[in-house]
Ligand binder design. Sequence first.
Ligand code: MN
Length: 253
Amino acid sequence: MSTRVALTTTIDPRGGEHRKPRVALYANYLDALQRVGLTPVLVTPAHGSGNIDALLSICSGLVLAGGEDIDPSRYGEEPIPQLGPINPPRDVAEFRTLEAALERDLPVLGICRGHQLLNVFFGGSLHQDIGVATGEGHLHLQATPWGSHHHDVTVERDSRLGRAIGRERLEINSYHHQAIRDVAPTLEVSARAEDGLIEALESLEHRWVVGVQWHPERHEAEAQDTDADLRLFQAFARVVTEEKEEGRSADAG
Ligand code: MN
């Protein structure tokens, strides 16, 4: 039986030709999860809190997808002019989704916004705009095609991320204008860009909670080195499936 994992989505409040709330997600998140044998279950900001809980109760893992900026009030700041679009209903739904996943000790993979959401959820903060924070142009918002690699990161060898991908240097894509500022107390940095910016985090207090600032699911296009992207999803699938098997043997015992 295939293993189900929850996957978050956004809601466009004025989507489609009728300009009404519409659920949205790039489909390659589903491609990446299905490629490693997982069955994605979509969780949307239109689901109520009780239904988010019900969906998580039939899943063995969670992927927090990329997207809008997080409402800076979540980390105690007023918005600056360079803040991108925010989506407070999505913030509410994803905080609840993450809470429900952690209550069940499910493995969590945060991607881009999802990586930033992990940090804010656990009490960290963000740079609302990297350009404003550094006072100069930066290398993190690539103009090159979807999926192509853009800058290097150095990965901590003994981190969960390092063990997952088995590499200390890799080339990644980069589609973010925000970044981690203060790291949440229970999280640890597991990768940095060449300019020192934090590119991956993981929890010290959970079995497998990993956030990456890049998009490992966008590896079908011009990228030359897709091995590390695939290995990250394979590691997530492995830990998600292990938990399920442990649960089963515990039930049997
Ligand atoms: Mn980057």
